[in-house]
Design a protein around this ligand. Structure first.
Ligand code: URP
Ligand code: ZN
Ligand code: ZN
Length: 461
């Protein structure tokens, strides 16, 4: 089976040009002009961009958290991702203290099996760094192809690990060729501030943000970067929300330390005042780190444009307002943290980034796909348009406009944090390894067609 994409403008992280793309089987066989279409299905991409499929480096599907389980599992989550132009995700596999890593990973494989309609990999959470865990990591990297390890510096008494755990993980990651990720907030300070707020009768959603100050994120980011430098290792800071954290990453990079950073669409396009919405609606906007004052948005865009931050992940972690976010009525600490973003990551970054003139088309591709492929060991199989690469492609109409809404989204959740937002550009069709997942805005993919991607060891991009 071969497909010829004709008439489109091919966009990669480095180039923008008119060309035809010939797909044979699962990969790109040729790129050029006047390619032989004999026997191929021809897709007319006139007026459209052809992008490499989006790679979302940060998702939580079918994850127990905050006393409940995320509303989207691998089936609904990956389908929604495909509608939005994403063809690969990397989901976080949680672990418990005392549990073997093999067991934790096999639980996550079961969650995805037969459900994912796009390709996926796993990051592995490190809850403790004892001898058994450090030993088992060799198998994790070499056999499972899981080359990214996540340490939480927040969520005290739930997910939070101490500095010793982070440092030992960084040292081991260096030996094995893995990239360490951190949720960088000072969990001890936040624990103190949240208890104080509740004791003072401050229970509304806005106190979630007020008890997680930017300094708590900046401090933890700087500490993690310093630990990475002392371990001579590599660090990726997830969901950077504010200027304080950007500053610490910039300082680390200036010193030549291998520190990378990701932000998310919610921090680029929403602000802290959403948490003040009446009737408990502010709970829809509870993330950790929290939404910040609006001026931080331009700091984040500048950091993406200047290469201080490299990627935008969705941090997809959806909970319905009814029955889930509502668990925190009367106590903001019981609001499950997170939101539904997987479908709109690509579109919001295109619209607010490229259309609004903040980043170039090529920077968009780098941020939304290529850098994640490079940092997480999938390049050049994924993250670009090149001969031999997987034919993961997005045909995108830049002239279309649409309004984001829970009424039209495909996530399994009863609200959309970007409700009513007008965006420029629309995903028309999506191919995963040469097969349609989205065809003319309709889902034609298959639950189970997505494959687990074993990734290559970390190399400095
Ligand atoms: N970010 C958030 O609020 N929820 C998802 C879990 C995490 O990434 O910390
Ligand atoms: Zn986090
Ligand atoms: Zn997350």
């Amino acid at each position: 089976m071969s497909i010829l994409i004709r008439g489109g403008t091919v966009v990669t992280a480095s180039d923008t040009y008119q060309a035809e793309i010939l797909i044979q089987g699962e990969t790109i066989a040729a790129i050029g002009e006047h390619l032989d279409a004999d026997g191929s299905e021809v897709i007319d991409a006139s007026g459209c961009y052809v992008f490499p499929g989006g790679i979302d480096p940060h998702t939580h599907l079918d994850m127990p958290f905050g006393g409940t389980v995320t509303a989207d599992d691998f089936e609904s989550g990956t389908r929604a991702a495909a509608f939005g132009g994403t063809t690969s995700i990397i989901d976080f596999c949680l672990t418990n203290k005392g549990q073997s890593l093999r067991e934790a990973i096999s639980i996550w494989h079961e969650k995805a099996k037969g459900k994912a309609s796009i390709d996926y990999g796993f990051h592995l959470m490190i809850a403790e760094a004892n001898d058994q865990v450090l030993e088992e990591l060799e198998y994790v990297v070499a056999e499972e192809g899981i080359v990214s390890l996540k340490v939480f510096m927040a969520y005290k008494n739930v997910l939070q690990a101490d500095d010793e755990t982070l440092f030992k993980t960084l040292v081991r990651a260096k030996e094995l060729g893995a990239l360490v990720q951190v949720h960088a907030e000072n969990g001890d300070v936040i624990d103190y501030l949240t208890k104080k707020a509740l004791a003072e009768g401050n229970t509304d959603p806005i106190y979630h943000a007020l008890t997680r100050p930017p300094e708590a994120e900046g401090e933890a980011t700087g500490r993690a970067a310093a630990l990475a430098a002392m371990a001579d290792s590599q660090l990726y800071v997830v969901h950077v929300s504010c200027a304080e954290a950007v500053k610490r990453i910039a300082e680390a990079r200036e010193k030549g330390w291998q520190v990378y950073g990701e932000t998310c669409p919610q921090y680029l396009a929403l602000d802290i005042h959403s948490l003040e919405k009446p009737d408990f609606e502010g709970a829809k906007y509870v993330w950790s780190p929290p939404l910040r004052e609006q001026w931080n948005q331009e700091v984040l865009w500048n950091a993406l444009r200047n290469g201080i931050l490299q990627t935008v992940g969705s941090d997809q972690c959806s909970f319905n307002f009814k029955g889930q976010k509502e668990l925190g009525r009367g106590d903001f600490t019981k609001i499950p943290n997170g939101g539904p973003i997987i479908e709109d990551r690509f579109g919001v970054v295109y619209s607010e980034g490229v259309h609004a003139g903040r980043i170039s088309l090529n920077q968009f591709v780098d941020i939304i796909s290529t850098k994640s492929a490079k940092l997480f060991g999938m390049y050049p199989r994924k993250g670009t348009i090149a001969i031999g690469s997987d034919a993961d492609l997005v045909i995108f109409d830049p002239g279309a406009t649409r309004t984001l809404s829970a009424k039209t989204h495909h996530m399994n959740v009863d609200y959309n944090p970007f409700e009513g937002m007008k965006v420029h550009g629309e995903v028309v069709s999506v191919l995963l390894r040469g097969s349609y997942v989205i065809r003319e805005k309709q889902f034609v993919g298959e639950a189970g067609a997505g494959e687990f991607v074993k990734r290559a060891k970390f190399t400095r991009p």
